[in-house]
Design a protein around this ligand. Structure first.
Ligand code: ACO
Length: 329
């Protein structure tokens, strides 16, 4: 029997309308456009505004678009995995909210929280159900409303993050296309450098925790930067070596969009020039679980059947990893 791989057969993204520019941030915190662009590469980011609007709002739009694009009946979908660190509610899973809103009434689903590596961890998890021959249609969606956990009086984090979602459809392939290999890693000692202090079971939210702004992202930027540069470059080089891939064999690096300097260091280590890097950080900032599918969506028209893609990320946990994908359509 031929080996079954999980191919990405459709991709769709969604970003909210509101654009928060560096200029507008200059009115909110002590920062300037020149500093933000030179230190991060970000020019603007999108924000989901409005009452009672959670990450699912963006995920639902992305998944609905995906279903329409592929021309399938939502009832054919068997599994929906949602990568997010900003679920609509602690429970139930955001995947449940998405599946009922899109009419995927024959599916089951759950959320995966692996911070900025969430989409990669979810993609590998989803691919296993296809490879095992159990399912024929799995949706993996990454969605984060980072503006819900960003302190807009803190210049070190407010400039970085944005809201957005992206989704892919996985289907079986027997011609060698799709997700061909992955290396995923996590190290809980990284928690001290990047976390949300309150809101979980260790420190449930109280007036005191909210007053102390402990429900916002806490990040030691410089420390995370050092780990991220090394972790993302190392794992991207490792997956190439493991599969005997040289720089010339790679068509695209699809990196998590946290900081342009981290992305450039990774590409340099892989021996790739700038023309092979998918980059949209200038428009969306860091949308956490959304960055990688949003890149695939933006660059989809430039992808060719047989292209070798390396998807790579580093984020809170720490978590990091790389996936080798052979594009199949
Ligand atoms: N505008 C102007 N000045 C600023 C700003 C700002 N927005 N932010 C910080 N500064 C100042 C600092 O106060 C500091 O001033 P000082 O030298 O007088 O003390 C100076 O700029 C340098 O600050 P650093 O923190 O050293 O700046 P750095 O070059 O490290 O950039 C950044 C900060 C952008 C946060 C960077 O460290 C970074 O990208 N870190 C990694 C982020 C990341 O990858 N996170 C993982 C994913 S997120 C997730 O998983 C949810």
């Amino acid at each position: 029997m031929p080996k079954i791989t999980a191919a990405i057969t459709a991709v769709q993204g969604y970003v909210p309308e509101y654009v928060l520019t560096n200029k507008e941030l200059e009115q909110m915190v002590d920062t300037n456009d020149e500093w933000i662009v030179s230190r991060t590469g970000i020019k603007e980011r999108r924000l989901l505004k409005g009452k009672d609007q959670g990450s699912s709002v963006m995920a639902i739009e992305a998944v609905k678009g995906l279903i329409k694009k592929r021309g399938i009946d939502p009832k054919e979908i068997e599994l929906i995995i949602c990568a997010t660190v900003t679920p609509d509610m602690t429970f139930p899973a955001t995947a449940n909210i998405i599946s009922s809103a899109v009419g995927a009434t024959n599916s089951w689903g759950y959320d995966i929280n692996a911070a900025c590596s969430g989409f990669l961890f979810s993609l590998v998890t989803g691919s296993k159900f296809i490879e095992a021959g159990q399912f024929k249609k799995v949706i993996v969606v990454g969605a984060d409303k980072m503006s819900s956990i960003v302190d807009y009086t803190d210049r070190s984090t407010s400039i970085l993050f944005g809201d957005g979602a992206g989704a892919v459809l996985l289907e079986p392939n027997t011609e060698g296309f799709g997700i061909l290999d992955s290396i995923l890693k996590s190290d809980g000692s990284g928690v001290t450098h990047l976390h949300q202090k309150a809101g979980g079971s260790r420190r449930p939210p109280t007036h005191e925790t909210v007053d102390a702004k402990e429900h916002y992202i806490y990040q030691e930027g410089q420390a995370v930067f050092k780990f991220a540069v090394k972790g993302m470059a190392d794992v991207s080089a490792e997956i190439m070596e493991k599969n005997n891939l040289k720089g010339d064999d790679i068509s695209w690096l699809v990196p998590h969009q946290a900081n342009k300097r981290i992305i450039d260091a990774t590409a340099q280590r892989m021996g790739l020039d700038e023309s092979k890097i998918m980059m949209n950080i200038q428009r969306y900032g860091n949308t956490t679980s959304g960055t990688i599918p949003l890149c695939l969506w933006d660059y989809e028209s430039q992808l060719k059947k047989g292209d070798n893609l390396i998807l790579s990320a580093f984020g809170g946990g720490f978590t990091w990893g790389a996936i080798w994908v052979k594009w199949g359509h």
